[in-house]
Design a protein around this ligand. Structure first.
Ligand SMILES: C[S@@+](CC[C@H](N)C(=O)[O-])C[C@H]1O[C@@H](n2cnc3c(N)ncnc32)[C@H](O)[C@@H]1O
Length: 240
């Protein structure tokens, strides 16, 4: 499904690793608004399964424990060797209290995609801010875009959801953030930036067509850094 990932087995990963973890720890309270919006959207996603497959969850810095503890079993797929221990640091106590079992698998989700789906046929699936990172793992951008757009074809019989970056770019510190909004169709990146009043250069994370056409999309502002904003899209999909 994808080319060889140059970051397979590496400690420093452009979409994760020590720099990401340190930043996430440091910025937790600044991300409270984003995390609260995301938690509300995750609350609306009620797949009929007690099992969850988490794709690229890192340490779950943005994921609410209250969402994770709804499940009896969680299998997590991430290439970051630091993710399992830090995920347990963030959520281990809550998961122990709810009796939720957690197993991490150090796998490249794109290279093992179909075998992962086959191994967990009953699990609902959450792509946890990973699909919009794929452009950092495959320098061939048309191929990276095609890879993340193709996943919905393999998922046609599954309950799944994803939150992923749509745009990122410099944003004046202290300026009011664009408001969370809901849209019923995919919006091309340039139009999206213009609709949100974003000026200047914005990185397109190639995720415009990750969700199937007709999926309701929630757009959330995430102030990754004091002067750097991401626009994140959340959507959930039922079997067709
Ligand atoms: C931005 S982080 C996710 C953050 C997470 N939502 C949180 O709340 O902390 C992206 C994660 O995806 C993982 N990742 C990126 N590409 C991957 C791949 N092909 N297979 C598995 N994991 C991948 C990275 O290792 C990283 O942990």
């Amino acid at each position: 499904m994808a080319s060889t990932d140059p970051y397979e087995g590496a400690l420093f990963i452009p979409s994760g690793g020590p720099v990401w973890h340190w930043r996430a720890l440091w910025r937790q309270w600044r991300w409270a608004g984003f995390k609260s919006d995301l938690a509300n959207h995750l609350e609306t996603w009620q797949p009929p399964s007690e099992r969850l497959l988490l794709m690229g969850p890192s340490a779950g810095w943005c994921l609410p424990s209250a969402f994770l503890t709804r499940f009896k079993t969680i299998d997590a797929i991430d290439i970051d060797p630091l993710a399992p221990a830090l995920f347990r640091f963030n959520h281990g106590l809550a998961l122990a209290r709810s009796g939720t079992s957690l197993t991490f698998h150090r796998l490249n989700l794109f290279n093992a995609f179909d075998s992962i789906l086959d191994a967990y046929p009953e699990h609902a699936i959450l792509f946890s801010n990973v699909l919009g990172q794929h452009l950092f793992h495959d320098e061939d951008q048309p191929r990276a875009k095609a890879t993340i757009e193709a996943i919905k074809l393999s998922l046609s019989r599954r309950y799944w959801a994803s939150f992923h970056d749509r745009l990122s770019g410099a944003y004046p510190p202290g300026k009011e953030l664009p408001l969370t909004q809901s849209v019923s169709h995919s919006i091309e990146s340039a139009t999206l930036a213009s609709n949100l009043g974003l000026s200047g250069q914005w990185l397109d994370h190639l995720t415009v067509n990750v969700l199937p056409e007709g999926t309701e999309r929630q757009l959330i502002a995430w102030p990754l850094l004091a002067d750097w904003l991401h626009i994140v899209e959340f959507g959930s999909v039922k079997p067709r």
